[in-house]
Design a protein. Structure first.
Length: 629
């Protein structure tokens, strides 16, 4: 049985849809169309009987004056209101009804704007919101023209109104006539009656609800548009700032590394303990262990596989390899942090390499990964995680995300000395640094981010070694991708909240790291969908094609930045053709991940660990395709 979609997942597109409707409706009501001419037959009145029909209002200034005059003369008139004006001036409409005058509708935005069924429905909804009624009186009678815009004398008005024997004096309720005209009409020897005998009926619940929503949109749409404009400006500035930081700091970091290569420090080769926490990794564990056993590090390397209660024979597959220096530990399922701590306690050496059970190391990765430990202040080192299965479109998008996102972020944050995450796929730690922070904590679902932040706050430096490459299997389905990134995002927010105290400390994590995560991993993903939404609004609703041009220029800048990131990472530019499509489709999924993670965190929901199904197929990995059977 399929589980119904969670409310959080439904609420995200629903909220964006409602926001689009609000700004679109505000634009719709703010534009006054040309009046549509529509004839409506009215009843014939007896001689010396008149019907006063006011239309196009109510007007906040003139309509009350007309009502005063009608009240003094004891005349009941008919007011054909427009939906927009009724919403803008609800008290005037209520006064019209309270004083016994008949109310009809004459369109939504302007007179005659009722020939379109949608406009008619909007106008009825507006009246339902203001008065709670539905009227059958639709369309002010215009088979006669009283000429009130051109003639202000009572004789002319009467002659033009009575020439066809209808007896309807149709007057504009917008200030083009004065209350004096109404007073002059009252002094004639005519009797005054409503235009029709139709009486309003109670509005339906759906009309009332629609009216309330439309009224709110009409009254507050301008504020919403202003807030959207502010959000878009912030998102654009953040996007531009991130691009400049990526290009500037990443280039600087690369230059410094080139200068360092001219006089490289002595190559170090400390003994290393490798810890692999594994839960149901039977399809990958053999390839992972073999890649480690084939390392070229010229010192002792012990490999510890910690089977954390797997049910698929992961430990058996590791033991069947019968490789020297490989130890397999079995324990009941306690979670990844507990498995890591168990392996760390069992390890003999002071330099510990930690990696996931679906990762393949290149032969020189261990040796490259430990080089920054030549600096005694370095407590942890992040390697360069790469997507192995990148031939399909989803894998290619993730490859671009790793290179133009995660790895480029590490270039920047390495220059700022505040890398917040040593990825679980490839990282190394000093035992002393792990001891200082009490080992790997299980407080969050992003134990790697939590641990890295703790190490930095303890006074250790965290370095990035891009030459230490590791190939990992990325999710192959949208569902698997969402589950993985949802856990990462939620865990990162947990870690940020846990280490919020760094903001009042003097270390780099508070000065740069947390602020960087907040600006570019929380605020920007929250605001970026608003920018996309506003582009659609400008292009489809507000007739502003410039919005699409600006968005295309922004996409071009991002694509160029991604290309530069690929070059910095030593990758081919061929996958770059998929980047624009990634920004249109894949990026929306990542936004949804961040938004839902934040909603979950704000609701106080405790998210469980969500594993991703493995295929055992790593394409484009070193030596060609690796397939473990």
């Amino acid at each position: 049985m399929r589980r119904p979609p969670r409310l959080h997942w439904i609420s995200i597109p629903l909220a964006l849809f409602v926001l689009m409707c609000v700004v679109s409706f505000h634009s719709y009501t703010a534009t006054r169309p040309e009046p549509v001419q529509h004839a409506r037959e009215t009843r014939e009145l007896p001689e010396r009987t008149l019907a006063l029909a006011f239309h196009g209002g109510p007007d906040p200034k003139w309509t009350p004056r007309v009502l005063d005059t009608l009240g003094e003369a004891g005349i009941k008139a008919t007011f054909f209101v427009t939906g927009v004006q009724a919403t803008r001036n609800p008290e005037v409409v209520r006064r019209i009804a309270a004083e016994g005058h008949q109310i009809g509708i004459d369109g939504f935005r302007a007179e005659g704007d009722h020939t379109n069924p949608l406009n008619l429905a909007f106008a009825q909804a507006a009246l339902a919101d203001v008065l709670g009624v539905h009227t059958r009186l639709v369309g002010a009678p215009i088979e006669v023209d009283s000429g009130d815009r051109d003639h202000q004398d009572i004789g002319t008005l009467l002659r033009m109104s009575l020439r066809d024997g209808k007896g309807v004096i149709r007057l504009h309720d917008d200030g083009s006539i004065g209350s004096d005209i109404t007073r002059e009409l009252a002094r004639t020897d005519h009797r005054f009656v409503p235009v029709s005998d139709d009486q309003p009926v109670a509005a339906t619940a759906s009309e009332r609800f629609t009216g309330a929503v439309l009224a709110w949109s009409q009254r507050n749409g301008g504020v919403v548009l202003a807030l959207l404009g502010t959000a878009i400006a912030i998102a654009a500035l953040l996007g531009l700032l991130r691009t400049l930081m990526q290009l500037g700091l990443a280039h600087t970091d690369r230059r410094l590394r080139r200068e360092s290569a001219l006089a490289p420090p002595p190559w170090i080769a400390p003994p290393v303990s490798v810890v692999i926490p594994a839960y149901n990794e039977a399809v990958n564990i053999a390839a992972t262990v073999r890649s480690l056993a084939a390392n070229t590090h010229c010192a002792d390397v012990e490999i510890i596989v910690v089977d954390d209660g797997s049910t698929d024979g992961t430990a058996d597959r590791a033991e069947e390899l019968n490789l020297p220096g490989v130890t397999v530990i079995r324990q009941a399922n306690q979670g990844k942090p507990a498995a890591l701590n168990a392996g760390i306690r069992r390890a003999r050496h002071d330099v510990l390499v930690l990696l996931d059970g679906d990762t393949i190391f290149e032969p020189g990765t261990i040796g490259e990964l430990v080089q920054p430990f030549a600096d005694e202040q370095v407590g942890a080192v992040s390697g360069n995680a790469k997507v192995g299965n990148r031939k399909r479109l989803l894998g290619r998008w993730q490859h671009l995300e790793y290179c133009a996102g995660s790895n480029l972020d590490r270039q920047i944050l390495h220059a700022l000395r505040c890398i917040p995450t040593v990825p679980g796929a490839v990282g190394a730690f000093r035992r002393a640094a792990l001891t200082d922070v009490g080992g790997v904590s299980d407080d969050t679902l992003a134990e790697d981010t939590d641990l890295t932040m703790a190490v930095t706050r303890a006074g250790w430096r965290v370095a990035y070694r891009p030459q230490a490459k590791a190939w990992t299997e990325a999710p192959t389905t949208v569902r698997g991708l969402f589950r993985q990134r949802y856990r990462w995002s939620y865990g990162t927010f947990q870690a940020m909240w846990k280490h919020r105290g760094a903001l009042v400390e003097s270390g780099p994590m508070g000065r740069f790291g947390l602020l960087y995560l907040f600006a570019f991993h929380l605020l920007l993903p929250l605001l970026a969908p608003v920018m996309d939404l506003f582009v659609l609004y400008g292009f489809l609703v507000a007739d502003a094609p410039l919005a699409l041009i600006v968005w295309a220029a922004f996409l071009l800048i991002q694509t160029a930045s991604a290309g530069y990131a690929l070059r910095l990472d030593g990758e081919s530019l061929k996958p770059l053709w998929a980047y624009p499509l990634q920004q249109i489709v894949y990026r929306q999924l990542m936004y949804a991940v961040v938004i839902q993670s934040l909603i979950t965190a704000l609701h106080g929901t405790q998210l469980r660990w969500m594993s991703v199904q493995r295929t055992g197929l790593l394409q484009d990995a070193p030596g060609g395709t690796v397939h473990v059977t």
